[in-house]
Design a protein around this ligand. Structure first.
Ligand code: ASP
Length: 348
């Protein structure tokens, strides 16, 4: 039943119930309300744009991509798109995915080089193919065919940071000897281990339709070909039009291992509020992180993961392992808010 027919059915049912001929409906009539969006802390402008676009009637997934494109275009944000920090060979590889509530479809690209707006390419994958995920050279050829312009994404700023990392890499790379996963894990110091960024954006339109998007340059100085959670549907991003949106930023490996985005949405489907759903995901990360190299002296995860959620009714929530801030926009405008967090302090 479409919204309109469902609404008129409910109106008829309510009138009938008043006349004593039909039972009263047991579920509420959905009202039109203000669009809302949630995003990572770097998404203040993005949530504002997404909400504006939904107010103009845009589909949430398109509004989400319009919002994150501004961050992808920003050379100063070294976690996304142009100026994103490169892999260990100095090559920028971008990951992104989109998901559309009304159709239940998704599109994604991973390890995409030379195209600054991977979220827009992911939208094309969703709309013009029967696939969900394209990677590497195939994703690049696909983007080229749809007219995306290739450019060098390594800015002077990110190139210098890469060179600086390379000069010290022996202590801070991403390689692990198998015995380091055991009880005698090495002291796992990595000055760049929190050098992650990414933008996730979840959006709810006035009619309750949802859409979402995550885009990133991934973990700084990753092993070439490494794919994080951001382009994986159900991990860095997920939505269900009957429930809401769920997404993540931070250590992608941890989010993949708990299927974070879909876990958050499942928690809401089971009745949790958006914030509590995100907190459950953070707890699950803490509970399932076991190897010593990933734990601090107190036995807590030595990294940050942030989760974001919106539900169909326009409620917004976010939670993280450690303290921090996220961005949201509703009828009161764009602003930052504090994460609910498992641990009070910021990540070290
Ligand atoms: N989740 C991203 C990744 O692992 C990085 C981040 O969000 O900071 O690729």
């Amino acid at each position: 039943m479409t919204d309109v027919t469902r609404r008129s059915f409910l109106a008829t049912a309510a009138a009938g119930a008043a006349a004593g001929s039909l039972p009263a409906p047991t579920f509420a009539i959905r009202r039109l309300r203000a669009p809302v969006a949630v995003a990572s802390g770097n998404g203040l402008q993005a949530v504002q744009i997404a909400v504006q676009r939904m107010g103009e009637g845009w589909r949430p997934v398109d509004a989400a991509v319009a919002g994150v494109s501004v961050v992808e275009d920003d050379p100063e944000d070294d976690s996304v798109g142009l100026g994103g920090l490169p892999n260990e060979e100095g090559v920028v590889e971008l990951d992104a995915c989109v998901m559309d509530g009304p159709s239940g479809l998704a599109g994604a690209v991973a390890a995409l080089q030379n195209i600054k707006n991977p979220a827009q390419v992911a939208l094309k994958v969703m709309r013009h193919t029967d696939h969900v995920l394209l990677v590497g050279e195939g994703a690049l050829r696909f983007a080229r065919a749809y007219g995306f312009v290739e450019q060098n994404l390594l800015t002077e700023r990110s190139r210098k940071k890469w060179l600086e990392w390379r000069e010290r890499r022996s202590a801070v790379d991403k390689w692990v000897a198998p015995d380091e996963n055991g009880e005698h894990g090495r002291e796992w110091f990595d000055q760049y281990k929190h050098k992650t960024g990414t933008i996730h954006l979840g959006a709810v339109a006035p009619n309750g339709d949802v859409g979402s998007c995550t885009t990133t340059s991934g973990l700084a100085f990753k092993i070439p070909g490494r794919v994080g959670d951001s382009p994986l549907i159900g991990c860095g991003n997920y939505c269900d039009n009957e429930v809401g949106t769920g997404g993540a930023t931070g250590r992608g490996e941890a989010c993949i291992l708990i299927n974070g985005g879909s876990f958050v949405v499942q928690q809401m489907a089971l009745g949790k509020s958006p914030t509590d759903a995100c907190l459950e995901a953070a707890k699950r990360v803490a509970r399932t992180t076991k190897v010593r190299r990933l734990l601090d002296a107190k036995g807590r995860p030595a990294f940050q993961v942030q989760f974001y959620a919106t539900d169909k009714n326009g409620r917004i929530g976010a939670a993280a392992l450690y303290a921090g801030r996220y961005a949201l926009c509703d009828e009161n405008g764009p602003r930052h808010a504090d994460f609910a967090s498992l641990y009070d302090e910021p990540v070290k």
